[in-house]
Design a protein around this ligand. Structure first.
Ligand SMILES: [Zn+2]
Length: 367
């Protein structure tokens, strides 16, 4: 017989322990959110602020949901919604159904129009684990054509899996670390994986049912007096979708932009050269473009310039080591965070800087 009470108390235990380590560790570093300085489109007063996230108007019919993981992990990623005269479009599935519910409630504070659908900017857990909310409400869910497959492949095997089996290899890396630095990096990776494991086990997977074939993009969605343009770019996850409101120069980038954070590069389909090329394209968008990043604060072109500088710095340090013959296993730990980026949160070393360097080495070796 299944002891439900036991399962429940275990879930409660998980929720109360600080095992979402990486997010808490990162959250401690997040400075008080500063809005895109002086941009008159961004409302100073949010329509709702629950601590873990706030929602504010950033244009005509355009809203941004900005998360603050230091105050709770209901949403984790940023999102938003676009509201036309006839229909609305919701962005992101967040870290759980409560996150998607929160955003839907925010939409209902400003409009009663029917929802045409929701869209995940990519498959990662913090953007998709709340998808079941859309399924339960009969809402179509758009995402990159391979997003559903990658959600299943990445998170279904964790459900009900033996925690030790999943986290064991990460614990072993902490134990086997050859220096304090390597141990700290391995510990940050273990914390991150622990969080992913727990969130994946706390949710019912919901899959996008409107696959977007990148070969058929861009696609335009008419919301009634407001156009959403859906585009795909390489870089962060191999499933990255961007939503633009071209008439107002507003772009919801998903994780192709980490604003004031070190970029998360671990994905097997992440491409550093592809990502830098994408950012170069973003930099060529109108100078008044407002970007809603996947993580971090709303920004203008200065946010794009800043993440490009971070990539330049990682590539610069990596190239010096590559030329000096430093083996990749060592190089991935030896990057030094420069002073000007010392306040940029690092989600976990082995999800950000480490794989960026490994991938750069592979590109240089023509692999
Ligand atoms: Zn992501």
């Amino acid at each position: 017989m299944i002891d439900l009470s036991k399962g429940f108390s275990r879930r409660q235990f998980i929720a109360r322990t600080s095992c979402f380590g990486a997010w808490y560790a990162v959250a401690r570093l997040i400075p008080v959110p500063a809005l895109a300085a002086g941009d008159s489109r961004v409302s100073q007063t949010p329509i709702v602020d629950k601590g873990f996230a706030s929602v504010r108007k950033i244009g005509e019919g355009l809203y941004a949901t900005i998360s603050d993981p230091s105050k709770g992990l209901t949403t984790i990623c940023n999102g938003g919604f676009l509201v036309g005269k006839d229909t609305a479009l919701l962005l992101e599935g967040f870290a759980g159904p409560a996150g998607a519910t929160f955003q839907m409630d925010a939409l209902r504070m400003v409009s009663r129009v029917p929802v045409q659908g929701a869209l995940d900017t990519h498959y990662h857990f913090d953007h998709s684990m709340g998808n079941s909310f859309y399924g339960a409400n009969g809402l179509p869910l758009w995402a990159h054509a391979t997003a559903a497959k990658r959600i299943v492949e990445s998170y279904a095997p964790m459900q009900g899996a033996d925690k030790e089996a999943v986290l064991g290899p990460f614990e072993k890396r902490v134990k086997d670390a050859k220096s304090d630095m390597e141990r700290a990096h391995a510990q940050s990776d273990l914390n991150a994986m622990t969080g992913v494991f727990q969130i994946a086990n706390a949710t019912v997977l919901g899959l996008p049912n409107h696959p977007l074939d990148p070969a058929k993009l861009p696609m335009t969605i008419d919301l009634g007096g407001l156009t959403a343009r859906v585009e795909s770019y390489p870089g962060h996850s191999g499933t990255d979708i961007v939503v633009r409101a071209p008439e107002q120069n507003v772009v919801y980038t998903g994780d192709l932009l980490f604003s004031g954070w070190y970029p998360v590069c671990f994905d097997e389909k992440a491409t550093i050269s592809g990502w830098r090329e994408t950012l170069k394209k973003f930099a060529a968008f109108d100078k008044d473009t407002l970007f809603v990043p996947g993580h971090g604060q709303i920004c203008g072109q200065e946010g794009i310039a800043s993440i490009r500088e971070v990539f330049d710095d990682i590539a610069g340090q990596a190239e010096k080591m590559y030329r000096a013959g430093v083996p990749v296993g060592e190089a991935q730990h030896r990057y030094v965070v420069p002073d000007k980026f010392k306040n940029f949160p690092i989600y976990a070393w082995g999800f950000t800087i480490g794989p960026a360097i490994t991938k750069l080495y592979a590109e240089w070796q023509g692999k």
